[in-house]
Design a protein around this ligand. Structure first.
Ligand code: SAM
Length: 280
């Protein structure tokens, strides 16, 4: 098949050397939030991320690779799996790859995947679950780091509350180091979060700089919902009021607060302290 006849999602192999190719334009367009919203697609760059996604059964639309790696064993294997799942395999020239990729030194493999979100109404927390709710998080690096940490400690999922950064932006996806493919994500409006909170059977703990309780002194009864404020405004009064308890991580230096991702990590290690072991 040539680049003049791309057929989407049909498991074709397409060779592309022109920047004007519609697939190239479509993938480049996914850098814009409005296009990601409309198409519900997103881009993951790099062999490791693409392999993680395919192994975790994420639906792949395009697998793009530089012609120079076409014969590498892992690329061949991933391409074969992606084709069976209906993806187009797009083999591109270096100039095209440089245009599609967002990095200075473009990764030789790029995947375009369908976004996956769990509706708030489908969250059914079990006793051992630990979810993290993030209000108005703005920084994609923080979000990616939190998703990676949630994955690392074996927590259950991340709930994005209100107007937040897009978890499927290239920066957020990159910062997850592949954990985005293993951590269920939910988007919830303030009203949807209130409904979820009302039926939450365990501890709902908020983190707040004005709290008087040390986070190490609180009792965390499962399932635990850890609620974190945004980088700029912190936890809003309505969300703080919705929490059963508010805790603070003590600080001794001159910083006003901890970085959001660091504070989330500290909380998760405390909530899961009895379950995390170096030797399994
Ligand atoms: N200016 C914001 C404020 O006044 O809340 C700072 C927000 S802080 C950068 C982002 C979030 O991280 C906070 O809303 C809180 O959830 C958490 N956080 C940061 N440092 C904390 C601490 N020492 N104790 C508890 N939570 C903290």
């Amino acid at each position: 098949m040539t680049e003049r006849e791309p057929i989407r999602g049909a498991g074709r192999v397409v060779h592309v050397t022109s920047l004007a190719n519609p697939i190239v334009k479509e993938i480049r367009g996914l850098a814009l939030p409005k296009n990601r919203r409309a198409s519900r697609l997103f881009v993951a760059e790099g062999l490791k991320l693409v392999a993680d996604a395919i192994e975790a059964d994420w639906q792949v639309r395009y697998l793009v690779h530089s012609a120079r790696v076409a014969n590498e064993a892992l690329v061949e294997r991933l391409s074969a799996v992606a084709r069976v799942r209906g993806a187009d395999i797009v083999s591109v020239s270096e100039p095209v790859l440089a245009k599609i990729a967002r990095r200075e030194n473009p990764q030789a493999v790029i995947g375009v995947f369908e976004q996956r979100l769990t509706p708030p109404g489908e969250i059914r927390p079990g006793d051992n679950d630990v979810h993290v709710a993030l209000e108005a998080i703005r920084d994609p690096g923080n979000l990616g780091t939190i998703i990676r940490t949630v994955d690392a400690v074996g927590a259950t999922g991340v709930i994005l509350v209100g107007d937040t950064v897009d978890p499927f932006s290239i920066e957020a996806v990159r910062a997850t180091m592949g954990s985005i493919f293993h951590v269920p994500l939910t988007r919830a409006s303030a009203a949807e979060f209130a409904t979820l909170r009302a039926r939450w059977p365990g501890t709902v703990v908020g983190t707040h700089l004005a709290a008087t309780q040390d986070y190490r002194a609180a009792t965390y009864r499962g399932p635990v919902l850890v609620v974190m404020g945004g980088e700029q405004a912190g936890l809003s009064p309505p969300l703080a009021a919705a929490c059963e308890t508010l805790v603070k991580i003590p600080m001794a230096g001159r910083a006003d607060s901890l970085n959001l991702a660091v504070a989330t990590g500290v909380m998760l290690f405390e909530v899961l302290r009895d379950r995390l072991r170096v030797n399994g």
